[in-house]
Design a protein around this ligand. Structure first.
Ligand code: C5P
Length: 239
């Protein structure tokens, strides 16, 4: 996989015009664009369509979490929109994960296109050990819970997980070389951290086993987003 293929740029904007402009200029340098809840709720499937028209691939970061039948239906709809990667919460449990995995394969087959990657969200990084225990009733540490849910997702036929830089090495050890690990919290050398508390440089993230890097503001808020993306591609190589 090339560095370009590994780079996902998060289009965290509410305005479709702004997203489209970024996608058009960055498409030659970036493997995928992440459309999150903000843009998708504001602009709907049109956001996916416009990015694809500009030559971009799309990661729909909509984190589905509902009963198996409902999640399967939503997953099928996203596959019909032509997304290349999508995600669901591992907390939905085994039957929900299996239903999502089956829905991806069936619908992609029906559409005659390659199946998009189905990724599990494990423990949100906004939850620490105390919140896991006191608010969610989970006795494991965040890292143990991330690995536990990641193994469950693997058993259920998913392709990988979203994981913070902190859990990369434990996950790679537990889940093997082919498991897809999508890692946000990336900051190029010498850049601002914004509100990210745990960050890794692009080179370090690749070295520790990340398959895909999700980068938002260091690219989208840069004076020259193309230059910022090209520089990140360079850093990914310099591990
Ligand atoms: O702008 P920045 O590079 O911080 O954006 C990172 C992207 O990854 C955002 O879309 C953010 O929501 C997402 N993300 C994250 N940390 C997580 C999970 C997702 O930063 N633990």
């Amino acid at each position: 996989m090339s560095n370009r293929d590994k780079l996902i740029v998060a289009l965290d904007v509410a305005d479709l015009g702004a997203a489209e402009k970024l996608a058009a200029m960055l498409a030659p340098y970036v493997g995928m664009f992440k459309v999150g809840l903000e843009l998708y709720t504001a602009a709907g499937p049109e956001a996916v369509r416009r990015i694809k028209e500009r030559g971009g691939r799309v990661f729909a970061d909509l984190k589905f979490h509902d009963i198996p039948n409902t999640v399967a239906g939503a997953v099928r709809a996203l596959v019909r929109h032509g997304v290349d990667m999508l995600n669901v919460h591992a907390a939905g449990g085994r039957r929900m994960l299996q239903a999502a995995a089956e829905a991806v394969k069936e619908e992609a087959h029906r559409q005659g296109r390659p199946a998009p990657l189905l990724i599990a969200v494990t423990v949100l990084t906004s939850l620490d050990e105390a919140a896991l225990r006191e608010e969610l009733g989970v006795g494991r540490s965040p890292e143990e819970q991330v690995v536990f849910w990641s193994l469950l997702a693997q058993e259920c036929g998913l392709d990988g997980v979203v994981a913070s830089p902190q859990e990369l090495e434990a996950l790679r050890r537990a889940c093997g070389p082919d498991w897809v690990i999508v890692t946000p919290g990336i900051r190029p050398r010498g850049s601002r951290r914004d509100d990210q508390s745990r960050v890794l440089t692009p080179g370090e993230a690749v070295r520790r086993g990340a398959t895909y890097l999700v980068v938002g503001r260091p690219v989208t808020s840069a004076p020259d987003p193309v230059e910022a993306a090209v520089s990140i591609l360079g850093e990914m190589g310099a591990t």
